[in-house]
Design a protein around this ligand. Sequence first.
Ligand code: ADP
Length: 475
Amino acid sequence: MSGKFSLRRLRSIKLKIFILLIVFSIVPLVILRYGILMNFINHEIDTKTIEITSQSKLLATHIASTGYLDDPTSEVINAELSQLSNLYGGRVMIVDKSYTIIKDIYQMDEGKVITSRAVVESFDGVVNSFYDPEYMYIGLTVPIIDIETSKPYGVLIVNVSSESTMEDRDYYAAQADLIMIIVIIVDFCLALFFSQLLVYPINKLRRKLNERRHGIIDEELHVTGSYETEVLCEEINGVFKNMKTLDESRQEFVSNVSHELKTPITSMKVLADSLLADENTPAELYREFMQDIAQEIDRESQIINDLLSLVKMDKQNPELNIKQVNINELLEVILKRIKPIAEKADVDLILESFRPVTADIDEVKMSLAISNLVENAVKYNKEGGFVKVTLNADHQYFYLTVEDNGMGIPEDSLDHVFERFYRVDKSHSREIGGTGLGLAITKSSIVMHKGAIKVASTLGEGTTFSVRVPLIYIA
Ligand code: ADP
């Protein structure tokens, strides 16, 4: 558990912000340190090289003018050589045209022959300078040009140590390191502070959510401090609101169901009690009461059936048994079944279909939806009225209308007729066997088929339900 916990911690935004701040402040610092020191060395070496080269060139001209190569005893030149050596802490040598060292300020290699590439090149008039970082010295070979022939006849070799430059560099490096350590410590504190500051609104939001989860607070969430958390709060509040509405509608549904299921039972209980109360109930009354009880049982089972249909269609992933169905035939079957009821109510049933239609539907669920519409149109009709069912289609949808010239629906009820248990006139609906679930079932079924349903009605004149369903079902 603790291992998992620490691993999760590694993914925290705070840590990421902290690392980012550290990286973005320290990396440039380190690059700067090395860049500046490197530039410092290069600059120092270049300056020194230029300086020594110009001094050496002057000296080479002086050597040539005094004929030192033929007679290396000149006190003046020797003094100048020593001065150059002392000034830069380096070794100065002179090579004559036979590549022999005729003067070495350190007196170590006099008489020896030197044929290094730099010396050979200088006999061709080239001034060579190079820097050896390994042995830390600047090397220089300057041709000594014969005044008469204007040709090199000797070479002045100067090797100067760059140790003092390195010492300077080490000094500055130590200074830079000290500054870096101070900056890193300050950076560390600032990064800690800012990472804490940046995640503060998130942590606050988390705390508030936690309090809400445990029922400590019930108000809307408002966490200011960052745009993101403000927006997040608005979204969360939206979700809470949806959940609340959902919970309320669930509670309302449960209380409606209980009430609806209880009503027939209460009636049956009253009927049974009154039969039991009087031992000498006449047989006709007995029969009449028993008929009422049977009716209440039918009603109870009707409600249960409707509820089951509704629950099936309300599921998150409803099972649809999609098949290609001839809609014209389906309508004929439905109307044939309802015809006796319509005749009994003296309502004319008309089917008008504009073209043959086949569509991918769940036959049972679609039948239920259409039956409910037609049955309602008959139920809420008047003597001598009509119910007209029309069917049409285009390349995408089929369109069904169920029109009647019955009692109509009041305008303020139009928005509610698809709600569960909603009935315009409770007692009338109950009288004619309504449960208030029919249109809710119809709407669920149509929506499951990715279709749409709407209603238009004028009170006292009639009602039209219009349905649109795709011909091809795409899950
Ligand atoms: P019920 O089982 O009560 O018929 P429904 O959900 O099928 O429940 O319908 C809800 C209410 O809508 C009905 O109680 C009725 O008042 C009204 N209604 C439905 N269809 C029609 C219609 N064709 N004409 C008039 N009123 C209708």
